[in-house]
Write a protein that binds this ligand. Structure first.
Ligand code: 6R9
Length: 650
């Protein structure tokens, strides 16, 4: 990307917070001023929301950038903060997790039960020889044991590394190897799309490829038959028989908490390392501020998988540190039918829902008559994470899920940032559909050009973080140099996030996708996000993915893959007509420079397990190449579907 991004899209709608929410909000407008006047004092105050065994001497040690130390000298136990202290405060009977299995079985886990399970698991891990600093892999479906396993590791100071259930043998084996893990916690399987899906065979094969793993703890979830080795132990024969008494010992603020691997487009996966005090301070504060959680009355539901950073920060550490009651769901949104999510919201009276744009666009494709059948009146705050949310998807979410009442918080952050960095505050911000708006209090963000100069309002460029933040990654596991090269070398003194962004005329931030995806068409830098949003703003379109394909005349040309909404006829001539109309629609909305050379109507798009569109694979299709690495693809049949069912027009 040279110079700046073109600023093609302009959105004028704006939604101020409901008056009652604004009046009772956990965090009000003064938080921005407070943080601006003394940033470190602001974060120290947020750290005091936690329970520390030993107070810190220094809030931030930034004497050796980019290696930060937060709350230096302080000691705390994360599991104590997420579990014990709520029980000690008399909330033992409060529900921590309303768990809903895909087949419809349920479990209710109170804070007292969570304490028992976490203590038992901590005792079992200790019996297996796991000590502070050791690494433990977690490869589980979305069952309460996933949270229990993470908290048990945290309790004894072991560093967990969660791998998405369903990632391949290869993916699991490389992560075991890189993390040098001692133990794997897994299950026989989990339920997905109406049937049991095995996990244990993948673990068996991955464990067989390394000599690192000493023990495998296996939760029985599906009851399917499993092969058994001498390393294996059933969870119900160990953890559930162990002593429920375990004294949590405090660890230093910078003690390693977890490693989470991000795939990256090239090279081996990066093990993002997070530590204790700063991470919990910021996940806890942001969960309190961005979702306005009232632990006594709210029912919170984050639909993410535990294998994604969103599951770490906003299912486990943020909500539990705040004593939330939350829903956890094992399965897919269309099992047994496409109303499953709304049935769950209705059943548990969910008041805060946090999901991803990919889910919202899928719901748009299925049609608004589905959510319309359910009572969604309990909802009061809606969240979005993972990708830019197109303005029309935002409006759809507000209208058909929020019923025109609820604020939407579009939260920008990364595995590397650990917590939310840019987001509206639901009681403060008049949000614009499609914009993540502004940096949270205490966070420094800017958009700069390729010379490192801050762009004025109306300009676009690279998103950077200008100040160290409490939940920042501390390094890439085992590779400090790669940490420096990847994030801190492109612009002196700034963290380079790898995303394109623009500031609108009011200074609100619009995220424009990964800079690697920005297209260069006849000398213009055009973001994939803006063209996708223009396509989604057409009533016939549910979802779109745009890539730049090599073109002899324009350098790159825009190629769009588009999913029509459920009720749209896109066969034969109607399809050809639609394609013509969509090309003109984009040209009219954004200008002729953004008119796609080609639009293909497809039924699905390739996505990662966390729902991000894999544009790299679509570029391979658009340029008639064989496909690159597909190991992180959620559903490997999608690419065959796209290649065989292409409907193209020039
Ligand atoms: C939390 C998470 C990080 C990348 C990030 C950006 C994209 C996430 C977004 C968003 C626009 C948002 N991203 N949230 N883009 N608006 N609200 O997703 O972490 O899986 O590491 O991905 O996701 O491109 O750089 P991770």
């Amino acid at each position: 990307m040279s110079e700046t991004l073109e600023n093609l899209y302009s959105e004028k709608r704006q939604f101020p917070p409901p008056a009652d929410l604004a009046a009772n909000a956990n965090v009000k407008a003064d938080a921005y001023e407070e943080a601006a006047s003394d940033r470190l004092a602001f974060w120290a105050k947020q750290a005091e929301r936690l329970s520390w065994a030993k107070p810190w001497d220094e809030v931030l040690d930034w004497s050796n950038p980019p290696f930060a130390k937060w709350f230096v000298g302080g000691e705390l136990n994360i599991a104590y903060n997420c579990v014990d202290r709520h029980v000690e405060a008399g909330h033992g009977d409060k529900v921590a997790i309303h768990w809903e299995g895909e087949p419809g079985d349920t479990r209710t886990v109170t804070y007292a039960e969570l304490l028992k399970l976490v203590s038992q698991a901590a005792n079992t891990l200790t019996d297996l020889g796991v000590t502070a600093g050791d690494r433990v892999m977690i490869y589980l479906p979305m069952i309460p044991e996933a949270a229990v396993a993470m908290l048990a590791c945290a309790r004894i100071g072991a560093t967990h590394s969660v791998v998405f259930g369903g990632f391949s043998v290869e993916a699991l084996a490389t992560r075991i190897d890189d993390a040098d893990a001692k133990v794997v916690i897994t299950a026989d399987g989990g339920y997905r799309r109406g049937k049991p899906s095995a996990l244990k065979p993948t673990v068996d094969e991955a464990v067989g490829r390394t000599d690192k793993i000493q023990h495998v703890l296996v939760v029985r979830r599906t009851g399917q038959e499993v092969a058994w080795t001498e390393k294996d132990k059933w969870w119900h024969e160990t953890v559930e028989q162990a002593s429920p008494v375990h004294e949590a010992q405090a660890f230093e603020s910078e003690h390693p908490l977890f490693i989470l691997y991000t795939s990256g487009t090239t090279g081996k996966p990066k093990g993002i390392l997070h530590t204790t005090g700063g991470y919990l301070t910021q996940t806890s504060y942001t969960h309190h501020a961005v979702f306005d959680l009232k632990p006594e009355t709210d029912v919170y539901w984050c639909t993410a998988d535990i294998g994604w950073v969103t599951g770490h920060s906003y299912i486990v550490y943020g909500p539990l540190s705040n004593g939330a009651t939350q829903v956890m769901y094992e399965g897919t949104p269309d099992t047994p039918d496409r109303g499953r999510f709304w049935q769950i919201v209705d059943k548990y009276k969910v008041s805060i829902l946090y999901t991803a744009p990919t889910l919202i666009r899928t719901m748009m494709k299925w049609g608004e008559d589905i959510p319309a059948k359910y009572d969604l009146s309990s909802l009061r705050v809606l969240g979005s994470v993972g990708e830019p949310i197109n303005p029309e998807a935002w409006i759809w979410y507000r209208e058909h899920v929020g019923r025109e009442r609820t604020p939407i918080v579009d939260t920008w952050w990364q595995t590397e940032t650990g917590s939310i960095m840019i987001s509206p505050l639901p009681g403060v911000t008049a949000a614009k559909p499609g914009s993540a708006m502004t940096a949270l209090p205490g966070i420094g963000v800017d958009v700069i050009d390729d010379q490192g100069q801050s762009v004025p309002n109306g300009g676009g460029g690279f998103l950077v973080l200008t100040e160290p933040w409490p939940s920042m990654l501390r390094t890439i596991w085992g590779d400090d140099q790669r940490f420096i090269d990847t994030y801190w070398s492109r612009f002196e003194g700034f963290y380079f996030a790898g995303d394109g962004a623009k500031k609108d005329e009011d200074g609100a931030l619009w995220l424009l996708g990964r800079v690697d995806d920005v297209m260069l068409v006849s000398g213009h830098n055009i973001s994939t996000t803006e063209v996708e949003s223009a396509l989604v703003s057409h009533p016939a379109v549910a979802e779109a993915a745009v890539v730049g394909a090599t073109d002899p005349t324009t350098g790159q040309a825009i190629v769009a893959f588009t999913i029509p909404r459920g009720n749209v006829d896109s066969s034969g001539d109607a399809g050809e007509e639609l394609i013509k109309e969509l090309r003109n629609h984009v040209a009219k909305t954004l200008g002729p420079i953004a008119k796609p050379r080609q639009i293909m109507l497809v039924a699905e798009l390739p996505k990662t397990r966390s729902g991000k569109i894999m544009r790299r694979l679509l570029r391979d299709v658009a340029e008639n190449r064989s496909l690159g690495d597909v190991t992180t693809l959620q559903d490997s049949t999608v690419m065959d579907l796209i290649s065989s069912g292409l409907k193209t027009a020039k």
